[in-house]
Ligand binder design. Sequence first.
Ligand code: CIR
Length: 258
Amino acid sequence: MRVFDFDAAIVRMPAPSVVNGLRDGDRDDPSHEGVLAEHRAYIAALEAAGVSVEILPPLDAFPDSVFVEDQAFVVPEGAIVLRPGAPTRIGEAAGIAPALRRRFARVLELDEGHADGGDILILPDEILIGLSARTDRAGAERFVALAAELGRTARIVETPRGILHFKTASALVDEETVIATPVLAPCFAGYDVLVTPEGEEAAANLVRVNDRVLVSAAFPRTIDLLAARGLDLVALDTREIAKIDAGLSCMSLRWKAL
Ligand code: CIR
């Protein structure tokens, strides 16, 4: 089984409050309708790639709750409920936990520090967790211990300053290839690293799902780079979620059921 072979996913509908989602700086609010349309297309792309998607209802009390990736970590062997590092997001974890308990026999809980799933990158041979403004050392160390309980080796790295999450700037493309922004490229010794073209750094937040690669439609040079590798690409509109610092990985939790 490849680490990007998935047959199940959980997503959460964007609530009307998504217009108040966290963002760095004072970018315009996204529209609820626009986020809904991007979310709908994302679910369709997961399904077309062979994934069965469970759709949870919106949580209006949590504007960023559509970004379920930050709330938990999942692998076929089990799940870890995380503790998101933004004060307005920490309550999201309690919202995802019941769904995980329904789907996984083993559900562990991060009980120290903070960690966002956006800082956790699953590679074929190990898992990287980046320290960031959202993921602190206590949370990362506890995550490493809990991942070991699920039979996984995780290693702590640094998310460069000014980057929201480690996966804002990197993703696994295939078993030998990673895409990363120039600043994160040195983290991936031993991998074939595709470096995002200048001005297209946000394209690094793509998602490999089975034989498809879901990529933002906003980055034509990155799309050309990936297409030249013969990858099966699905270009998705991310203009609304980008206004609140989000990309494609953050809208689902994905795994292969055992
Ligand atoms: C936040 O700042 O937490 C949200 N507005 C965006 C979260 C994006 N999550 C991710 O990349 N994993």
